[in-house]
Unconditional design. Structure first.
Length: 478
């Protein structure tokens, strides 16, 4: 019998309710029970739930025995990476790796955005009782904080990629040792700054600091944590943000994978803000306690089930597009999210599929309702992200060292570590790729339509493949 740190094998009844409820695999009772056994003792490739879990953690909230089935997934992932490391493509999400997404994207940021990043990092070296913590993925879209509501606030904005997103990605990847080290880094840093209150611009980091790191890693920060949506609602109620131009649009709230934590309060708060902004809230097929991950985390199980690079890309695109289609089916004009990561990758997916729905961050919805002009920077940033991914893939193809499996290095715990900077030759290649994406050949409607049709077809075929695999798995249980 395997020994687990968090999963309570002694409580698990192997009833299968977790996997019947799961919005991804949604297995019938018999198949769910069988998969639960395989997930505990078999290989990752044999288990449907381990192979395709998008780490939405819905299973934890339905388990009648409170056996923590989601933590079984994390612990199996941790076991796998300890044995063989991670595929080279995972370097993208490790800020201490040369070819990480922040290093690549920062080369393409505007001068103003780079100034913001520098200012936010400098604020980490000063004492502040209250800070607004930018968050991991916010540093890919710094323009989100270039809005009147933040310019008028007296709360200093602080953050760096070197804080590792408060361990959110590492935890979801099942990297227990790295997450534990990040937790210590945060404790040391925040203590040295004498921080007493944090407004988390990334909702996921609020969940990490307030619930996950104390509960699973035993590190309590004794700091008041306020998620961004709570802060926004408070600002509206107090009159610091005045709704001058109520929105007359249908809005679907995307409940991100961490929104189930904090007693699910973020989900309710988001909908109240939408209502106060004049929007009509419409629900997607998978919402609230059964919400789907935006799709970004679909890369995680792909890293562990020995999927090819093509397979990783297909599952990612399939999962992102599935979420977009649910928004379209709900007849929403806008899909709103409070998570910068969801905002980024849903926007990228919308760009390549041309689904008829607009993606907005919650702060943009509030700003628009407050009568402020919409910031269209995301159109540019989407192409920046795509250019960065193409650049990484070229390096992956041309360099064996980039393709090789690796064991991520632990972050430092004494202070925030600066991320690498692209060398001149790599930066030149990246900028060339970025200029090509702006060429008339790729920006005309016909080319964009053809790309969208090809992506949609690939996603459709992959969906049929997944349905076949699920049917095949279920048939074996009879």
């Amino acid at each position: 019998m395997k020994q687990y740190r968090w999963f309570r094998a002694d409580r698990c009844r192997v009833c299968g309710q977790c996997l019947s409820f799961c919005p991804v695999v949604s297995l019938p009772a018999g198949a769910a029970r069988r998969d639960r056994i395989i997930a505990r003792e078999g290989s990752i490739n044999e288990s449907l739930s381990l192979s395709y879990c998008t780490t939405c953690n819905a299973c934890n909230f339905i388990c009648p025995a409170q056996s923590h089935p989601y933590e079984l997934v994390l612990e199996r992932f941790d076991e796998a990476q300890r044995n063989k490391g991670l595929p080279g493509i995972a370097r993208l999400v490790f800020p201490n790796e040369y070819l990480n997404i922040w290093t690549i994207t920062e080369t393409l940021l505007t001068r103003k955005e780079k100034h913001f990043l520098k200012q936010w990092e400098n604020n980490l070296h000063e004492n502040h009782s209250t800070i607004m913590l930018t968050g991991f993925y916010t540093n890919l879209v710094p323009f989100l904080l270039d809005q009147v509501m933040f310019q008028n606030s007296t709360v200093p904005i602080a953050g760096s990629e070197g804080l590792w997103g408060s361990g959110g990605d590492a935890h979801k990847l099942g990297l227990v040792d790295i997450t534990e080290t990040i937790a210590l880094l945060l404790k040391n840093k925040l203590h040295s700054m004498k921080v007493k209150k944090i407004i988390c611009f990334m909702e996921a980091e609020a969940a990490m600091l307030q619930e996950i790191l104390p509960r699973y890693y035993g590190i309590d920060y004794n700091i008041t944590i306020i998620p961004i949506e709570e802060w926004l609602l408070q600002q509206i109620k107090q009159g610091d943000i005045t709704i001058r131009a109520p929105l007359d649009i249908r809005i679907a709230v995307h409940d991100n994978c961490m929104s189930r934590y904090l007693n699910g309060k973020p989900q309710k708060t988001m909908r109240e803000i939408v209502k106060r902004c004049g929007g009509l809230s419409v629900e997607m097929e998978h919402a609230k306690e059964k919400s789907l991950c935006c799709g970004w985390a679909a890369t995680i199980p792909s890293l562990y089930r020995n999927a090819s690079l093509f397979g990783i890309a297909l599952y990612l695109l399939y999962s992102l597009d599935k979420r977009l289609r649910e928004g379209v089916d709900a007849k929403a004009d806008v899909m709103v999210t409070g998570c910068p990561a969801c905002y980024i990758f849903l926007s990228v997916a919308q760009y390549v599929t041309r689904r008829k729905i607009k993606i907005m961050h919650l702060t943009q919805v509030v700003s628009l309702a407050a009568g402020q002009p919409h910031n269209a920077m995301m159109d540019r940033r989407v192409r920046d992200i795509i250019a960065g991914i193409i650049f990484f893939l070229l390096r992956w193809v041309s360099s064996r060292s980039v393709r090789e499996h690796f064991h991520p290095a632990l972050p430092q715990t004494d202070d925030v570590q600066a991320i690498p900077v692209l060398n001149k030759s790599d930066a030149k290649i990246l900028l060339r790729i970025r200029s090509i994406l702006d060429s008339p050949l790729l920006t005309n409607r016909i080319t964009q339509w053809l790309i969208a049709m090809m992506v949609r077809l690939a996603v459709r075929l992959y969906g049929l493949y997944l349905a076949f695999k699920r049917k095949q798995f279920i048939s074996k249980q009879r």
